[in-house]
Design a protein around this ligand. Structure first.
Ligand code: AP5
Length: 220
């Protein structure tokens, strides 16, 4: 399955929960790239320049990384893509790769949130330095102790691209390059839409119910 939506829609927040519900591998291109940056690899150094400006990292870097990742053992029974695909050429590459391997998508879950809410969420987001799936918000979902992760006690940090100017650029890139995927997947009948302005628990309830039905339909 794919989780689609603008930056800050809650893809990472929901992926963490859906992964636990369905035992799917959570594949986040953003987290994979940030790990490369933290490890100081060549790929990380190249990607950081794009990420800090809110631009997409070139397709040739991303597509190879993802196609390799979906081959790993934990992804054999299914995976949840978060942050990929982000344009039509990435979607075409995924489609071709799945077809070649006799696999297919069960569904595309689209979380909708207006731009102003995205800015509010991302300027207040904090993430765990050790595990980026542990996500908080200074007002909307604060940790029990300021700047400390509830789940593992690590320090919470602000992402380099969560500055207002960069968030606005990420939104432009989303509307220009990623939003066309809504029609792309709507045409295949795989797209389901969700109101991302509801509480995380409500969004999760709706996503889980739909994902369960889609997976069941896929197995028939
Ligand atoms: P990436 O890391 O994928 O960032 P993104 O798509 O911009 O998404 P975010 O992680 O910012 O948001 P999210 O939807 O996961 O929201 P979250 O759950 O954290 O990509 C970063 C960069 O990497 C890109 O700009 C690009 O450069 C590069 N990149 C990545 N993939 C690429 C690709 N395929 N091709 C090319 N380049 C690529 O929630 C946000 C906040 O809201 C949190 O504080 C959370 O607590 C709060 N929140 C969540 N849900 C709710 C709710 N229901 N109500 C209230 N608050 C909520």
């Amino acid at each position: 399955m794919i989780l689609l939506g603008p930056p800050g829609a809650g893809k990472g927040t929901q992926a963490e929960r859906l992964q636990a519900d369905f035992k799917l591998a959570h594949i986040s291109t953003g987290d994979m790239l940030r790990k490369q940056v933290a490890d100081g690899t060549e790929l990380g150094r190249e990607a950081k320049g794009y990420m800090d400006k809110g631009e997409l990292v070139p397709d040739e870097v991303i597509i190879g990384m993802i196609l390799q990742r979906i081959e790993e053992p934990d992804a054999r029974e299914g995976f949840l893509l978060d942050g990929f695909p982000r344009n039509e050429s990435q979607a075409d590459a995924l489609d071709a790769a799945l077809r070649e391997r006799g696999r297919r998508l069960s569904g595309v879950l689209m979380i909708e949130v207006p731009d102003d809410e995205v800015v509010r969420r991302l300027t207040g987001r904090r993430v765990c330095v050790k595990n980026p799936s542990h996500i908080y918000h200074v007002e909307l979902d604060p940790p029990k102790h300021e700047d400390v992760c509830d789940q593992d006690g690590s320090r919470l940090i602000q992402r380099d691209d969560d500055k207002e100017e960069t968030i606005r650029r990420r939104l432009e890139v989303y509307h220009g390059q990623t939003a066309p995927l809504i029609d792309y997947y709507d045409r295949t009948g795989l797209l389901r839409r969700f109101d991302g302005t509801r509480s995380p628990d409500e969004v999760h309830g709706h996503l889980r119910a739909t994902a369960a039905t889609l997976r069941l339909e896929d197995q028939l």
